[in-house]
Each structure stands twice: as structure tokens, then as C-alpha cells.
Design a protein around this ligand. Structure first.
Ligand SMILES: [Zn+2]
Length: 487
């Protein structure tokens, strides 16, 4: 005999069926229909319909889905939104240019920030993309030596460091016990405030000796967060030093921009990384697809001896604001003035080797654009890999390239940032960070002369279910970006 409750449930179910048979109300905020869904995590590559509700992916189906709104993605690839683990440009404008390149999450893990909580507060409501940062050793070190200035975000607030003049103590003075413990305390505080690990630019703080770096790596190991490291110098010796320090302290290690960090030693560096990974070390790296680097001319990277470190000379430097190549006289003049410089230091074959290498992520190292000038990597990195290195040079498959931009960076982070398990995938329950692009036309257009020109062939980008790029144009007032942080 049926209980009254069962009968009630039964009739409700029947009623539901009846309604759906007549005029089924839309179940989703948005349906992305008929696109070629490519999800490197599951290796799915098939035409599917995606249902988005409340900022999440709630359905992926071969069958038709009913949304309040439908985007026809026929002929396009629908991919998880790209995750950039190395994005210094964090202004609204910088992030909008990155959105046009398919990026949905932009994290500054190398330079990072200090203090951390204030930075996250300042970003609230301003970001079109998901954002986040490590606690930065550089900024924490400057705080220990110059308590009167707050560096905050080193890449954006570079004038604060420049105001300290040439060779500031924050870069060039060996830390006392007191300064070292102030730094450790700052780093711990930054991690307590949700920092995504510890960021290092050892090349920019040459007085940070091995025992200081070891002490900081110990904090990373103790808190089970990775150290994201721009090594002490360029070439394999400095990379080996970072790996050895990580092994000694038990810290996880991510080496940034292996293209410039390894320079001519690429083959040996990739072997060194692979052999350590095979031996069980938590070690990763990333690359941006350009042969020139970029940084600030006043930084310690250009302290005397830079030619040997970088294996270049004056003529390999271009002043970003004007594009002019430097000589000794203009180098000295601009170094006093301070500003961004483009550094021609890599070979295409080495960069290609890294891009094609299994497990190496794509990350832009995009620096803030100043008056429309800077390095094109902040605008074109991801489309350049897809268009130039995938489609034209056939260096790697589209699925492998997408993996390097989505699930692999998500996996790098999700061990200590559980919310990253919902990113970098097209699966039910994932955040609706989605990039829709045309595999036949996607390409970077930013150049060293016109570095902010947005990429082409990426018509739609959604962040948490909200369009930030639609029909090939930026949605000006969209600010759906949410903080990525350690909760
Ligand atoms: Zn760097």
C-alpha cells in the first residue's frame, strides 16, 4: 500500500513531467551550444552543449539544453578559461587586455605582494578576471629594510622602490638577524592573510644570500605552499641552486619563465627538472612565447655585472617607452630616470623547446602597461601559443597546448588552494570560466611597437558565468573576477 507521503511525491513527479512536456522553463542562465568542447583534464574533444547556472557549469550534454540565453558556439572551440600564473599587470586595463587573450584567472606569483590583505581588499570589485598573489619576498624584504615605505605590489608601485635611489638596502644589503626575523614574520603574516605561496625574485635582491633564501623556503615547507622563484642569475647553475635549496628544505618549487631563466642551457635545464620530478620532487616551471624579456632598468638586475649574467650588451636592450636601442650613455641616463626595458636575450629554438616540452605551463609574465607601452606578452601570450606555435609551426597539439594553459596550472595550485580544483576544467561543478575561440584564426597581434593590441580569434570569454569578452569586444563594465586565495 502506498503511504500518503509517497503518493504526494508521486503526483509531484507526474506534475513535473507534465510541465516539462508542455513548456519547459529554461533551466540555465546561459547555454553555450554546439561548440567543440575541448577539456584537457578529461581529454573530451566533442561537440557538446554547456549549461551555466549561478556562475557554475551545471550541465554538459550531447542533447539540447534550454537556457534563458543561448550562445551559438558552432565552429568554435570551447575551452576552460586560461589560467596565467605569472601576471604582474593587475590594473583593470591590464586585465581587460588579458581577457581578450582568453585569460580568466591572472595570478602574480613571482613578485607577489606585501602586505597581502590590503592588496586583496584594494582589488575587490575592480577585477574583470579572477585575481590573486603570493606574499612577495621582495616586498617583504623592502618592508624589513625601509619600514617607512610600503611597496605593496612591486611591479605596479615601482616608483616607490625607484624613489630609494640606486642600490637600495632592500636589494643590496645583507640582512641582520633582526631583519631576517622581520622578513619571516612578514611572510608568515602574508600567508595567514591568504597569500598563494611565497614569491621570489632573487635576481632583484642580490644581497639575499643562501641562508636567507633557505630560511624563507623553510617557511614555505612548513606551511606546505610552493616557492615561486625567479632565480639568482640566468643559466643552469642558479636553477640548480634553487632546486637544491628546495630539496634541502622540503619546499615545493616552481621556477618562473624558464625561457629566460635557462637561456642557452635549456636542454640541460629541462633534463634536470625532469630527473628531479621523476625522483618525486614537487617541481614545475612555465614559459612565455617570446625571445625578449622585460623588467625595470633601475632594478638590481642591471647592477654592475649584468652583461655577464644576461650574456648580452647595451644594444640588446630597448627602452620600452620609445623602442630605441640603448648605448652606454642612454643606459646610464634611463637607469637614473627608471622605467621598463625590453631585453633581447633568448633564442627562438630554446623557447620552442620549452613550449613543446611536456608539463611546462604557459604563463605570460605580463608587466603593467604604461601609456600603451610595455612587453607584448601581457597581451598576446596565449593566442600566440595557439596560433603561431600550435597551428602554424605545429610544435604541439591543440589539446596539449590547452592543457598547459588550464588544468596543469590549476593542478599546480590546487594542493594548497582547494578552490583551484574548480578551475581549468570543463566539468559539472566547475566555475564557469570559459574561453571560446576560433582555432583557424586565433593569433596574437601585440608587437614590441604596439604591445597592447588585443589578440584576435577569441570572440567570447566568461568569468564566473559573466561575459567579459563578447562578440570579440571587451564588456567594459564587467567585473566578475573573484579573489583566489588560501582560505
Ligand atoms: Zn622574473
Amino acid at each position: 500500500m502506498r503511504s500518503p507521503l509517497r503518493m504526494l511525491i508521486g503526483s509531484g513527479f507526474a506534475l513535473g513531467l507534465f510541465v516539462s512536456a508542455c513548456s519547459r522553463p529554461p533551466q540555465y542562465d546561459l547555454v553555450i551550444a554546439n561548440g567543440r568542447v575541448m577539456d584537457p583534464a578529461s581529454q573530451v574533444d566533442a561537440v557538446r552543449n554547456i549549461g551555466v547556472l549561478g556562475g557554475k557549469i551545471v550541465a554538459i550534454s550531447e542533447g539540447k539544453l534550454q537556457g534563458r540565453e543561448t550562445l551559438n558556439a558552432e565552429g568554435y572551440v570551447v575551452s576552460p578559461g586560461f589560467i596565467d600564473l605569472h601576471a604582474h599587470g593587475q590594473t583593470t586595463g591590464d586585465l581587460q587586455i588579458k581577457a581578450r587573450d582568453g585569460v580568466t584567472t591572472a595570478l602574480d606569483l613571482e613578485a607577489g605582494v606585501y602586505p597581502v590583505a590590503g592588496w586583496y581588499r584594494a582589488m575587490e570589485g575592480k577585477a574583470p578576471l579572477n585575481y590573486g598573489a603570493t606574499v612577495g619576498h621582495i616586498a617583504a624584504r623592502f618592508a624589513a629594510f625601509h619600514p617607512d615605505i610600503e611597496v605593496g605590489h612591486w611591479a605596479i608601485n615601482r616608483s616607490k622602490v625607484a624613489s630609494l635611489g640606486a642600490m637600495p638596502a632592500g636589494s643590496n644589503k645583507v640582512a641582520s638577524e633582526k631583519e631576517l626575523s622581520a622578513m619571516e614574520q612578514a611572510i608568515r603574516q602574508g600567508l595567514d592573510e591568504g597569500g598563494l605561496g611565497i614569491g621570489f625574485g632573487i635576481n632583484y635582491t642580490p644581497a639575499a644570500n643562501q641562508s636567507e633564501i633557505e630560511a624563507m623556503f623553510r617557511v614555505a615547507a612548513e606551511r606546505k605552499v610552493p616557492a615561486f622563484v625567479h632565480t639568482r642569475a640566468f643559466g643552469i647553475a642558479a636553477i640548480r641552486e634553487a632546486i637544491d635549496t628546495a630539496k634541502k628544505t622540503g619546499a615545493s618549487l616552481h621556477i618562473v619563465h624558464v625561457g629566460s631563466s635557462a637561456i642557452g642551457d635549456m636542454k640541460e635545464v629541462l633534463e634536470l627538472i625532469d630527473s628531479n620530478k621523476a625522483a618525486g620532487m614537487d617541481l614545475t616551471t612555465e614559459v612565455y612565447p617570446y625571445i625578449a624579456a622585460s623588467t625595470t632598468l633601475e632594478s638590481a638586475m642591471f647592477d654592475p655585472g649584468w652583461q655577464d649574467n644576461l650574456k648580452i650588451n647595451y644594444g640588446d636592450l630597448a627602452w620600452a617607452a620609445t623602442g630605441e636601442r640603448l648605448n652606454q650613455e642612454s643606459f646610464d641616463r634611463y637607469r637614473k630616470e627608471g622605467g621598463w626595458v625590453i631585453i633581447y636575450m633568448m633564442k627562438d629554438e630554446n623557447v620552442e623547446q620549452a613550449i613543446a616540452h611536456a608539463g611546462i605551463m604557459i604563463a605570460s609574465d605580463g608587466v603593467p602597461f604604461v601609456d600603451g607601452k610595455g612587453h607584448p606578452r601581457g597581451a598576446g601570450t596565449f593566442a600566440r601559443v595557439l596560433g603561431l606555435y600550435c597551428r602554424e609551426k605545429k610544435l604541439l597539439s591543440l589539446m596539449d597546448a590547452l592543457g598547459k594553459m588550464t588544468v596543469i596550472p590549476a593542478q599546480r595550485m590546487e594542493g594548497h588552494v582547494p578552490s583551484m580544483k574548480r578551475k581549468g576544467r570543463l566539468s559539472v561543478g566547475a566555475d564557469a570560466d570559459i574561453t571560446v575561440f576560433d582555432p583557424k584564426t586565433v593569433i596574437d597581434r601585440a608587437t614590441f611597437d604596439e604591445p597592447t593590441t588585443p589578440s584576435a580569434g577569441i570572440p567570447h570569454v566568461l568569468v564566473n558565468g559573466v561575459f567579459v569578452v563578447r562578440d570579440g569586444g571587451i564588456v567594459e563594465d564587467a567585473r566578475p573576477g573573484r579573489p583566489v586565495r588560501v582560505e
